[in-house]
Design a protein around this ligand. Sequence first.
Ligand SMILES: Cc1cc2nc3c(=O)[nH]c(=O)nc-3n(C[C@H](O)[C@H](O)[C@H](O)COP(=O)(O)OP(=O)(O)OC[C@H]3O[C@@H](n4cnc5c(N)ncnc54)[C@H](O)[C@@H]3O)c2cc1C
Length: 396
Amino acid sequence: MKVVCVGGGPASLYLAILLKLRDRHRHVTVHERNPAGATYGWGVTYWPDMLATLAAHDRPSARAIEEHSVKWGDGVAHVREATTVHHGDEGFAIGRHELLRILAERASSLGVDVQFDHAVPPGDPALDGDLIVAGDGSRSPLREQHAEHFGTRITSGNNRFIWLGTTQVFRSFTFAFVETDHGWLWCYAYGFDSRHSTFIVECAPHTWTGLGLDTMAGADALKLLESLFAAPLEGHPLIGRTDIDGPSQWEQFRTVTNRVWSYGNLVLLGDAAHTTHYSIGAGTTLAMQDAMALAQALQNAPLPAALGHYERVRKGELLRLQNAARHSAGWYENLTRYIEMEPHQMFALLGQRHSPLLPYIPPQLYYRVDRAVDRTQALRSLKRWLGPRIAQLLGS
Ligand SMILES: Cc1cc2nc3c(=O)[nH]c(=O)nc-3n(C[C@H](O)[C@H](O)[C@H](O)COP(=O)(O)OP(=O)(O)OC[C@H]3O[C@@H](n4cnc5c(N)ncnc54)[C@H](O)[C@@H]3O)c2cc1C
């Protein structure tokens, strides 16, 4: 079987590894348009259970990923002058460059033909295989060519965000909310190696235009953000993206869904198939889980049936997280509903931002009930059962 993967992100590279592990005789190629070591973004998070899942599929790459990751155990929120700490919010982060290096090296060592600097647009002669994998990201050119068949739906969030890095190393997952004359700005920041952190800044559209960030030159915008986030940055600079795709840009998050995930022998994988808002920090994990499911489906059934099975399994598994991501993005779009609460209350509800109930219940009441519920096992179960049903009733 000849498999051609377009895009050298975590989805394609991990699929290539798993396909080779299952059958060394498969011919698997990964085409990445960028040179080796050049990619967008900074560090990405993942959650504790992911390491065990990765190890169950491929122990060497799981071990390398763990070795090159940093772990945090606390969450910290700064609101104006107040700081609140939550102990026990465990998670991991790894530099995107490092993750892709590990996966590309592992794939090559297993005999995958990894070709960097090789863009494969629709119609390219390289698209010649028994299976063509569109792992070419959220703007997938291969998907776009058949957007009508796939039933692609793209919705843009209202808020603006920019994905930056910094040399300030945040040892906890850190949120900082800063008030300006034009509204609130906030950052999500976490260290991903011994010298750098990811620093994502987000704000409402009126804050973005009010501060002039929509028209400001990139370097001036970084200076303004450095001054607004001077307290958490403690004198460290913010760094824009310097990769091949050009400097960091302000964006609106695009949620991608597809009615169907394959067309003949072309199958969508990772962000090409679905995206989930970055505030739940799961896109990379989900992309690699797609790879696990597709490799398994191809093991168990011949081609057309395998692709159908993969789609059904993954759509089912994704539903809960897609809903959580939608509610999480909505929490930030309605920040003013929560930001004037006592900081510890606000932080507690930030931790509940995935809840389908929260948008419908006055925040103070939700907070009080949630505290009470947490003390009783029976009420906790009731809340878990009730949440999705009430959201469904309310048409969420
Ligand atoms: C601000 C932000 C923060 C995020 N933070 C996290 C996080 O903390 N944790 C997490 O799990 N996820 C996070 N994500 C999501 C994560 O980055 C993606 O979900 C993940 O990278 C998807 O992997 P992928 O392989 O499907 O696509 P990508 O990683 O996008 O890879 C696609 C690749 O295809 C290549 N390509 C495109 N077109 C072609 C072509 N024609 N020919 C050849 N190559 C091509 C691209 O260059 C790219 O390398 C974040 C996303 C954003 C925007």
